[in-house]
Design a protein around this ligand. Structure first.
Ligand code: GDP
Ligand code: ZN
Length: 383
């Protein structure tokens, strides 16, 4: 239902040049409101625990066959007395286990039963990128395994359509580093725009990175980059070859959760390697041997950076191709187009063929770049 929520098409506020995001109260908000209404799972879990859970059950094995026995063994119902809650980030999910990084140690964690019940009821589950509170169980005095007690509300997310519902693949993504190259392959503004729209739709801040700037002989690529800078986006010119812009990129990634997007061959792996040697994405691989071959996973994981922060790794998933943006919402994610929409004659103007279209007038005046308008039309037509 989230995807098909009818929205008014009028954009009330937009601030071209200051920020890449639509600010103020835009009708898009109505589509997003369900996410905002998410309650704090900690509180919900606590409240429910008070009257739903029999505190004596703990790790006892229930006489209900092998399946429920298994579950009972790995999921405890009650947090330990005077539970010492730690904070961490889920960096991988393997079956019933989630690997939680507290900044120093990576803990294999299970999920407290009441929380899992709640998540299942909400057709949700613990996801890579989730910020969680967890306790650590000690066995014979040795701490070895954690239990996730609560999950904090999510912010920016990568999602995809699974059947008719939206499934979160990675939660709490701060920014998308959208990488192009000055040559080999040539920059493709249409692709950059598509990634920007996907990022914005997932509440993720786009950053435009032009790599292989050493190959930009005639400033062709730099001119494109400057266009995005003027739209209000953070931009970055880099060369993994010569080292230009690498410190700036490292600073940008520091302490944040970032997804690196871009066509194959633009230098994503090279950039990450320049930032931190040995750091390589599994992008494109379908199956990755994880955890000494005990499990394989095709789901996203987070890679921890030495400077702090994480990079999203999505093997076999084209990370930023996932957000599905309804056609009617598209214009809201083009900051340079959205500002003219209120002046179109028809309230349902699609800016493709209508008369008295303020967007097309702006295009003719040169207030909207033809490449950007072209991107809009191509995405509109594809959607
Ligand atoms: P990915 O597919 O996006 O991960 O791209 P790679 O990191 O595998 O790079 C593709 C090719 O571009 C490799 O041959 C790299 O050596 C080359 N490359 C990467 N960055 C640069 C750069 O800044 N300048 C130049 N000249 N070549 C680069
Ligand atoms: Zn119009």
């Amino acid at each position: 239902t989230m995807l098909h929520h009818p929205i008014s098409r009028r954009i009330t506020t937009s601030t071209p040049g200051s920020s890449g995001k639509i600010t103020g109260e835009s009708p898009i908000r109505s589509v997003r409101s369900p996410r905002r209404r998410q309650k704090d799972w900690t509180e919900q879990a606590r409240q429910s625990e008070d009257h739903e859970i029999d505190a004596t059950r703990g790790e006892q094995i229930t006489p209900r066959g092998d399946l429920s026995r298994q579950r009972t063994i790995i999921v405890r119902d009650e947090p330990p007395e005077s539970a010492d809650l730690r904070r961490g980030t889920v960096i991988a999910v393997r079956g019933l286990f989630a690997d939680v990084d507290d900044g120093q140690t990576i803990w294999p964690c299970t999920v407290r039963r009441i929380l899992r019940t709640r998540l299942i009821q909400e057709r949700n589950s613990v996801t890579v990128g989730d910020h969680v509170r967890f306790t650590v169980e000690a066995s014979e005095g040795v701490a070895k395994e954690g239990v996730i007690e609560s999950v904090e509300p999510r912010r920016g997310q990568l999602s995809r359509l699974a059947g008719r519902r939206v499934q979160t693949i990675v939660a709490n993504v701060d920014q998308a580093i959208i990488v192009s190259s000055a040559a080999q392959p040539d920059p493709k503004p249409h692709l950059i725009d598509r990634y920007i729209v996907s990022a914005l739709a997932g509440d993720i801040t786009p950053v435009i990175c032009m790599n292989k700037i050493d190959l930009d002989v005639d400033n062709f690529a730099l001119d494109i980059l400057t266009r995005y800078q003027h739209l209000g986006y953070a931009t970055l010119a880099t060369s993994a070859g010569t080292g230009v812009g690498i410190d700036a990129l490292r600073d940008l990634l520091k302490g944040k959760e970032s997804v690196i997007a871009g066509q194959s061959g633009v230098g994503k792996s090279s950039l990450l390697n320049a930032i931190q040697s040995g750091l390589e994405l599994r992008t494109g691989e379908v199956i990755h041997k994880y955890d000494k071959g005990r499990h394989t996973t095709t789901t996203a994981t987070l890679i921890r950076l030495d400077v702090g922060g994480y990079v999203v790794d999505t093997p076999g998933i084209r990370a930023l191709d996932l957000s599905i943006v309804p056609r009617g919402e598209l214009e809201a994610y083009f900051v340079d187009i959205a500002r003219f929409v209120p002046d179109c004659k028809f309230p349902d103007c699609t800016h493709t063929h209508e008369a008295d279209c303020a967007v097309k007038a702006a295009l003719e005046r040169g207030d909207i770049h033809p490449d950007r308008y072209d991107s809009y039309v191509r995405l509109f037509t594809a959607g």
